[in-house]
Design a protein. Structure first.
Ligand code: PAF
Length: 280
């Protein structure tokens, strides 16, 4: 398990693999790895001959007042976790390597249709930061495949869209959310939940599951389903930013057979997001 911090060395390694006819998968992460990330790496190993995991806490996707400074940086533990799965290369660049011209006035990647809605409305600029760093990582590694968790559903759509629009030759794969037994989606930010809050947190998944089931059974009163679920969550102590049933491919109006119900809600100090895809 080779560790590399510089783009030049990374490129040379990946070029050698490609010349040998090996396919390459990238799993971008911000570290603080949990079982959900390890699942991405396992799936990457099934899809490609060589797997690169990047660990980079990207400053540009944190909005003012968010937890960039305190975001858990647990590189030693991350490497121990990865040793069990053995990706081929860990890319751990510093900020200057990823943003060589600095963070002010850098070129940005904006996906306008998805940037300012749902999570983007509450975290202005977040998806531009994500789209920019993912574009950079894809250009640095030049993988055949890149894997992302379905939990960050809007992020996944942003990345699929930028890859299409910028003609980046990579297949983007969304990987199923890993959950605790209670249904709570694994997330690095679950560490902000107290043990009691963690029990309550599972209500978010339950509320989304209830809606998914009702829609599958034929309910089309989406506004009522949304309002009832929000009222239930608020009653349990959540502060809901949004909870909405939308078209699964573009988060537009909920038409067509493929829908998604997605939500973001605060519980104590933790901002939780989750979603369920629904096929009608
Ligand atoms: O999902 C994440 O961990 C991050 O948003 C990503 C995709 C690694 C970009 O920094």
């Amino acid at each position: 398990m080779q560790q590399i911090t510089k783009v030049k060395a990374l490129r040379s390694c990946v070029r050698d693999w490609h010349q040998q006819g090996q396919s390459v998968a990238l799993v971008p992460t911000m570290g603080n790895l949990h079982v959900g990330h390890l699942q991405l790496v396992k799936q990457a190993k099934e899809l490609a001959n060589k797997v690169v995991v990047s660990i980079f806490v990207n400053p540009t996707q944190f909005v003012a007042g968010e937890d960039f400074d305190t975001y858990p940086r647990t590189i030693e533990d991350d490497l121990v976790h990865l040793q069990g799965i053995e990706p081929d290369l860990i890319f751990i660049p510093d900020v200057d390597e990823v943003y060589p011209a600095g963070l002010e006035g850098e070129t940005q990647v904006l996906v306008p249709e998805l940037d300012g809605i749902f999570c983007g409305a509450f975290r202005p600029g977040h998806f531009t930061g994500v789209a920019t760093v993912v574009s950079k990582l894809l250009n640095m590694v030049q993988p055949d495949t890149a894997l992302f968790g379905n939990k960050d559903y809007q992020q996944l759509l942003v990345i699929k869209r930028l890859v299409t629009d910028l003609c980046i030759p990579v297949e983007i794969v969304g990987v199923e959310t890993v959950r605790e037994k209670s249904g709570l989606a694994l997330s690095s930010r679950n560490r902000y939940l107290s043990p009691q809050e963690k029990e309550v947190a599972a209500e978010l998944h339950q509320a989304l599951s209830g809606i998914a089931e009702a829609v599958k059974q034929g309910s089309e009163d989406y506004q009522r389903l949304e309002a009832d679920a929000i009222a239930h969550l608020e009653n349990k102590g959540f502060k809901t930013e949004y909870l909405s049933i939308r078209n699964a491919s573009n988060l537009g109006e909920p038409t067509g057979e493929e829908l998604v119900v997605l939500a973001a809600a605060w519980l104590g100090k933790a901002r939780l997001i989750d979603n369920i895809q629904i096929r009608r």
